[in-house]
Design a protein around this ligand. Structure first.
Ligand SMILES: Cc1ncc(COP(=O)(O)O)c(C=O)c1O
Length: 414
């Protein structure tokens, strides 16, 4: 290369550098204004009677608007401690290992799987719908050896099948979804904690749409790990995932040969931020406002009392079904004992356009009724009875919306 051309290319490089960098503090380039938004946010008010989120309690929304604290400030750490304590009550446990994962139910799910499953571990998944499906997929991603106990949509996983599988396979983990919101089933957990202990498995339970709406006794039932969600029976906005580990589950995490393949959801590190080990270390910036909301949500649970919450949900479930039956509608779930109280699945009768009924409910009554999901898509409507929304007036509104929607489609059975 000639000397002149070398000098030319060096000076072109310097010109190019100068035009990108500018002088310290100098703005180089011009702002493209084609993508902008302005004005105050506009959100319609709706009554959310689908499978979640449910409407949040006003006291929880007010708490969420309180001034921010630093995520390591002592008054905020005290709020985190209150959450741990409120969760102990809500899960019914004395285990010191409760906290709220920053993220939705999926973050709780992934925190449990990624920490409790080591590569090569056997994982048995009771799969009654899309949440079982996702745990199958997630466990494989964390290199578990999965046995997928898939049951037909609308059924729960039979105790005998679980017993036989646990005894034969001796897995490290058994997963069950207490409230399968895609199909509307309630998995009975009786006797499974004991069985898991006998066969050396940990019992992991999804309670995203059931915690606070139906009984859960983590210690008495021998459950080892639970994740949940904020936006359903706990009446808070989405964004926080309550989590519980038994001392047995904690031992397994501490005995791991390799750290979990996720830093963000490493429960040793998150637990250290939440004070599980007698100190506090920064792991991530805690979700300050979401923690205020969770603190208030748990205070409401504690004030109302679990028994009273469970019976409120149950009563309204019966009230809903009295009304639906009187219109000639039927449950998607054959067996009474398998029906979930908090997410109700209603069979779409032949000749009825389910989507038109949902649209009519929203247009005319401002109320959300949802369609099916995964295995129940196109076959059911789903009505949530959860938390702050579990009130008689809301059930009446849903029934009125059903009646009107069916009438408009020429339904004659009432
Ligand atoms: C039973 C169940 N598990 C898990 C999830 C996932 O939770 P999220 O959407 O908050 O991540 C849901 C959400 O509807 C659920 O109902």
């Amino acid at each position: 290369m000639r000397v002149a051309s070398v000098l030319e290319s060096i000076s072109a490089g310097i010109r190019c550098f100068a035009s990108h960098a500018g002088r310290a503090g100098e703005v180089v380039g011009s702002v493209d204004k084609k993508h902008t938004i302005s004005g105050v946010i506009n959100v319609p008010q709706r009554i959310l009677m689908g499978p979640g989120p449910a409407n949040a309690h006003p006291r929880i929304l007010a708490a969420q608007a309180l001034p921010l604290l630093g995520h390591m400030h002592p008054p905020f750490l005290a709020i985190m401690d209150e959450i741990k304590s409120g969760l102990k009550y809500t899960f019914q446990t004395d285990s010191p290992y409760t906290l709220m994962v920053s993220g939705t139910g999926h973050a709780g799910m992934e925190a449990c799987i990624s920490n409790l499953v080591e590569p090569g571990d056997k994982v048995v998944v009771g799969n009654a719908g899309i949440w079982g499906e996702r745990v199958v997929e997630m466990s494989k991603r964390f290199r578990g050896e999965v046995t997928d106990l898939k049951v037909p949509a609308g059924q729960t996983v039979p105790y005998e099948l679980l017993k036989q599988t646990l005894e034969q396979q001796k897995p490290a983990l058994l997963f069950l979804c207490q409230g399968e919101s895609s199909t509307g089933t309630h998995q009975n957990l009786t006797g499974l904690g004991e069985l898991c202990k006998k066969t050396g498995a940990l019992l992991l339970v999804d309670t995203v749409c059931s915690l606070g709406g139906v009984p859960m006794f983590a210690d008495a039932w021998g459950v080892d790990a639970i994740y949940s969600g904020s936006q359903k029976c706990l009446s808070a906005p989405p964004g926080g995932a309550p989590l519980f580990l038994s001392p047995r589950a904690m031992e397994k995490i501490q005995r791991r040969k390799t750290p979990p393949a996720t830093y963000n959801l490493d429960l040793n590190l998150i637990g250290d931020y939440w004070g599980w080990f007698g100190k506090r270390s920064y792991h991530h910036t805690g979700m300050v406002s979401t923690c205020y909301a969770m603190r208030e949500a748990l205070a409401l649970v504690n004030e109302e009392g679990l028994e009273s919450m469970w019976s409120r949900h149950k009563e309204l479930h019966h009230r809903l079904w009295d009304g639906l039956h009187s219109m000639g509608l039927k449950s998607f779930i054959e067996k009474d004992e398998d029906r979930l109280i908090t997410v109700n699945t209603i069979k779409v009768p032949e000749g009825i356009d389910w989507a038109a009924l949902i649209k009519n409910a929203m247009d005319e009554y401002n109320v959300e009724i949802a369609g099916g999901l995964g295995p129940s898509a196109g076959k059911v409507w789903r009505v949530g009875i959860m938390g702050y929304n579990a009130r008689p007036a809301n059930i009446e509104l849903v029934l009125t919306a059903f009646k009107d929607g069916l009438k408009k489609q020429g339904w004659k059975k009432f």
